[in-house]
Ligand binder design. Sequence first.
Ligand SMILES: [Zn+2]
Length: 278
Amino acid sequence: MTQTLLALFAHPDDEAFGTGGTLAHYAEAGADVTLVCATRGEVGEIAEGVDATPETLGQVREAELRCAADTVGVRQLIFLGYRDSGMAGTSENADPRAFVNAPADEVVPQLVGIIRRVRPQVVVTFEPNGGYGHPDHIAIHRHTVAAFRAAADATLYPDQGPAWQAARLFYTAFPRSFFLQMRDELAALGEDTGDFARFEEAGFGWPDDKVNVTLDVADTVDAKWSALECHRTQFGPGNLFRRLPDAALKRMMSHEYFALAWPEPAPGARFNDLFDGM
Ligand SMILES: [Zn+2]
């Protein structure tokens, strides 16, 4: 049976650092990989030296994601077409097209339709806090969880196709130890690690003992890096990761982390990979 993987995120580049190696790893092994992106990241930053304006950013980032998706071997890329809601507390939150304002009864049936068409064994999305609390990350998490359940219930949204129960739902989850390691790598270089104090205050990072899969993606880390390079507006010369020396960067990029959300795992359960035992 062909392995089928469906990943759902909010912005172009959300897939890159946490799952780029994973998507490439399974695509290379012949898996059918589909990526859903809720917005075109219209209000993200624009790195120095990139030809984009706030008006064109959505278009530019759509092209960047197409480049990244091709690079890691995604077979199907689906944009939901909502607008980037911006960081919490910004005026962009109030835009009626913002993803955060889309009602569940509009988003969930769309995602149910995608799940029932793609028929994935494994579904991946953000953890409940969306990594760092971005409203769109939290929204795609919430809608994906609802759609994952609803897709399996034939009495719900019958117009979206026959029911499909995906076998597993995973959250991308950078463990706390990952951030501490990164802080130490940067500190050792004499870099300013002030940002990390903020991260720690905000309870950044997923508890290490609740990571169920640590996937070694060293075999696809070059594709992951190339995919990151596609996201030129976001991954500029000033990016924190670019300050790491090559060896440390590759080391940190060579593992990706997932928590099993459904079915609920036994405490401390570990799997070798997302399809382990299937
Ligand atoms: Zn994002």
